[in-house]
Design a protein around this ligand. Structure first.
Ligand SMILES: Cc1cc2nc3c(=O)[nH]c(=O)nc-3n(C[C@H](O)[C@H](O)[C@H](O)COP(=O)(O)O)c2cc1C
Ligand code: SF4
Length: 492
């Protein structure tokens, strides 16, 4: 992962944990209205993909165990990982693009309800994403994938000074291209072809020459609203539309979206499809909870900044969403070049760092790094007369941080992803005055590295401890436990 050039190692901040009485009076543990529902607390576990579904996108026992484990910590809300809204294969990521996924999802909602004693609301994050391929071997790219055309032949003739390439047999041209020096490739390939060779082919929302990309505005409102309706049928308490990071809806919102069909260019056009999706979902699910996650800053050259996030936030609120959860970065545009045979991963560049910052940082450090940006959005929305809850996340791992953010009016709900992974019981421990027992996240991103390699996500603080406990389930390597060790709530 990219790290800030300053390379300053930050210690975990000193913490003071509250007594049970203090926690009982804390804002973070107080209820909050989210649309037509009330979360019992303002504690929130945001979406985290654990790579535990089947290759067909079905819920497994491991998926259920993963969410039930978080539910034992009784946060106000858990958001289930990015779940694909289409009925197309997408590896071991959850899907909801067909009714056959319903029984598994129903088991999941029931398990969370039971494990939290009904105290946690369960939302589902609905995602659409475009095709991305692995970085190809050079021979395969030139031998098979490249759509050979006149421009390649012309370039070859120009570079070599040999006219015969204009009419040479295709296989010879391909072999000659494959043997070219790297420095000559920009003269032969257009920028997209070069990108496909060097990083793997990746579709963009601006690829209007592709019929299925041109038609996205026609199909996505239906796909999202079908998915949302299914989520409620499966027993979820809300849906979170994924408009963040590197995926389709964020790409429509992005300042880099130059579509010329009315869905790109000016902000008013870029938000058109996201609003159409919201309206379609709302029309389908009535007053059930519909919120969304989007970016406070894209952190890429030419991308959206907080001013865009403010403008979008007000429009989303006007369109009637029930909550806004803000994240930051996580884009493909600045991702590291993948190895041959691997796909680009949107959390490897600077924007990825900003999404999941680590303790190796700049002067500002990783803790609460996004709070001020998100506060800007919340305050602008409130000033515009909208008071839907705003969720903040990013490097938050203590009671004091969370309380300060809420008391300061910087957010209404405080989410923690990695800290909740490090210790799924941490909310309960704090609530019961047992904060000293919290296993504190070290923010070094071992979990994120597993995600990057599409391996079952675990935490380095617990995945090799107490392996001899009865019923411990191990990962595919047989060396790491899949769930944090059990913590029993002490009897009074
Ligand atoms: C393993 C892992 C998987 C993640 N998967 C998702 C996801 O599916 N959807 C999403 O919006 N964010 C995802 N995130 C980002 C988190 O929700 C969160 O925004 C980020 O980790 C920063 O919060 P934190 O500092 O509390 O960890 C993921 C993070 C991790 C570590
Ligand atoms: S693996 Fe590291 S960064 Fe991830 S949750 Fe555990 S301690 Fe935190």
């Amino acid at each position: 992962m990219w790290t800030p050039p300053e390379h300053i190692k930050h210690p975990l901040p000193a913490v003071r944990w509250p007594s049970a009485e203090e926690a009982a009076g804390a804002r973070w543990f107080s209820p909050v209205r989210i649309g037509t529902r009330t979360a019992r607390r303002r504690t929130w576990v945001p979406a985290m993909v654990p790579w535990r579904a089947t290759d067909g996108g079905e819920v497994t026992d491991d998926v259920i165990d993963w969410y039930a484990r978080f539910a034992r910590g009784k946060p106000g809300v858990i958001v289930v990982e990015a779940t694909g809204i289409r009925d197309v294969p997408s590896g071991p990521l959850l899907r909801i693009g067909h009714d056959r996924f319903l029984p598994g999802l129903q088991r999941l909602t029931a398990a969370v309800r039971e494990a939290s004693g009904g105290e946690t609301l369960l939302f589902l994050q609905c995602i659409d994403f475009l095709a991305i391929r692995r970085r190809p071997e050079r021979e395969k790219f030139f031998g098979r994938y490249l759509m050979l055309g006149e421009t390649h032949r012309d370039a070859l003739a120009r570079i070599t000074g040999e006219e015969r390439w204009r009419a040479a047999p295709e296989q010879e041209v391909r072999a000659q291209l494959a043997s070219l020096d790297d420095q000559l490739l920009p003269e032969v390939l257009d920028p997209r072809e070069l990108e496909s060779l060097e990083r793997g082919y990746r579709e963009r929302v601006t690829d209007l020459h592709l019929p299925h990309i041109r038609e996205l505005p026609a199909v996505l409102p239906g796909l999202f609203s079908d998915a949302a309706a299914r989520a409620f049928e499966a027993g979820f308490d809300g849906v979170e539309l994924h408009y963040a990071h590197a995926y389709t809806m964020a790409s429509f919102l992005s300042a880099l979206n130059t579509r010329d069909d009315g869905y790109g260019g000016a902000r008013e056009n870029r938000i058109k499809l996201p609003l159409e999706v919201i309206r379609a979902v709302r029309a389908r699910v009535g007053d059930r909870v519909v919120g969304l996650r989007y970016l406070s800053d894209e952190v890429i050259a030419g991308g959206n900044r907080v001013e865009d996030a403010v403008w979008f936030g007000v429009e989303f609120a006007r369109a009637g969403v029930d909550f806004l959860s803000l994240s930051k970065g996580g884009k493909f545009e600045d991702a590291k070049q993948p190895k041959v045979g691997e796909a680009a991963y949107p959390y490897t560049g600077q924007s990825g760092y900003e999404c999941m910052p680590t303790v190796i940082s700049d002067e500002k450090g990783p803790f609460g790094r996004n709070v001020s940006l998100i506060a800007t959005v919340k305050q602008a929305m409130n000033a515009a007369g909208f008071h839907l809850p705003v969720v903040t996340a990013g490097g938050i791992s203590s009671f004091e941080q969370a309380e300060h953010i809420i008391n300061n009016g910087e957010a209404d709900i405080v989410a923690a992803a990695r800290q909740s992974l490090a210790d799924p019981d941490w909310f309960e421990k704090i609530r019961l005055g047992l904060g000293a027992e919290v296993r504190r996240c070290e923010f070094t991103n071992y979990c994120e590295a597993l995600d990057q390699r599409h391996k079952q996500v675990t935490c380095k603080l617990w995945d090799r401890v107490q392996l001899d406990e009865p019923d411990v389930k191990l990962d595919a390597s047989g060396r790491r436990r899949l769930l944090a060790p059990r913590w029993e709530t002490p009897r009074k």
